[in-house]
Design a protein around this ligand. Structure first.
Ligand code: ZN
Length: 313
């Protein structure tokens, strides 16, 4: 798109400037000495200005007085929840394919010192939306919001916050590759086994304890000497998670970056290994599912042990 080409989406986005970005509210607590002290301790700020009877709050604490905390349901009027207008604006961007977001910068302006006892109120507006910009991450729009902070009703400061909502740039058409395993002196024998389609488990030659993943020494007896036993290949799913985000097409059998299951497999020998379960949809993987070892070539330079469900799931 040329810089001077009409951009109907931009026209719509820009019309949100000046509308509320957040539900106006009241600080959960007045400005107070304990919060100032904890902040200074955490930041290592020993300035005398923030101590004693004439203490002021560090200006950079501006946002600390307006945050709503970790509770899921903000109390009405005390939160900094997003406004309907801001949700609509983000929805327009999502709908047009600008689905990714990154915070780019924030800027604060201090108009009046805050002192213990000051009552904080705030509101926030959508200050500006940029024309469409091309960035390294992808094309998108910068959205700036401005929170206005007041103390006992007087303007005390502003907090500008800018995000980029963008359409992720495609990195070529070729199938993405899985990350390479880190092969080092301690685990090289394992990967040598994989190359021969054997899943090798280390065995301590002093106490015969099996161990996996590979380690330089025995956790049971601290013995340094070891040999290996080849896994029979039988196992069961001990635990599993389904990865939804971030999408990683290399791990998804369909190549779409959709959800995929990562399982912790308990081998018949008693040790556990992390791997993919194949032959069953990701949502059919369950604890106790019997699986059998296979080797999967994921790309010309990488072969991995994976586990095929022995039944339909
Ligand atoms: Zn041992």
């Amino acid at each position: 798109m040329r810089a001077d080409a009409p951009d109907p989406l931009y026209e719509r986005l820009a019309s949100y400037a000046g509308r509320p970005a957040a539900i106006a509210g009241t600080g959960k607590d007045p400005v107070n000495a304990p919060m100032i002290r904890h902040w200074c301790e955490a930041m290592g700020d020993t300035s005398p200005a923030y101590r004693g009877p004439d203490a002021v709050a560090p200006p950079a604490m501006l946002q600390a007085w307006t945050m709503r905390g970790l509770s899921e349901d903000p109390e009405p009027g005390s939160g900094s929840g997003r406004s309907t207008a801001y949700d609509e604006l983000l929805g327009l961007l999502d709908g047009a394919g600008y689905t990714s977001v990154v915070a780019t910068d924030c800027e604060q302006e201090y108009l009046r010192p805050l002192r213990p006892g000051d009552l904080i109120t705030f509101d926030a507006v959508i200050e500006a939306v940029s024309p469409r910009k091309t960035t390294k991450l992808g094309a998108g729009y910068f959205v700036t919001t401005r929170m206005n902070v007041r103390a006992n009703g007087e303007p005390a400061g502003t907090h500008r916050f800018r995000i980029l909502k963008y359409h992720p740039a495609r990195r070529g058409k070729e199938t993405p590759l899985r990350p390479r395993p880190v092969v080092n002196r301690d685990n090289a024998g394992f990967w040598a086994g994989v190359a021969e389609h054997r899943l090798l488990i280390q065995r301590c030659t002093s106490c015969a304890t099996l161990r996996f993943p590979w380690l330089p020494g025995c956790n049971a007896c601290a013995g340094q000497e070891w040999d290996t036993v080849g896994a029979s290949g039988e196992g069961t799913v001990f635990s599993h998670v389904v990865m939804h985000h971030p999408p990683f097409p290399a791990f998804d059998p369909s190549g779409e970056g959709g959800p995929y299951a990562v399982a912790l497999i308990e081998l018949a020998e008693g040790v556990r290994i992390v791997g993919n379960v194949i032959g069953v949809p990701y949502d059919k993987v369950r604890v106790g599912l019997p699986v059998r070892l296979e080797f999967l070539r994921t790309d010309p330079d990488l072969e991995l042990p994976v586990f095929r469900a022995s039944e339909g799931g």
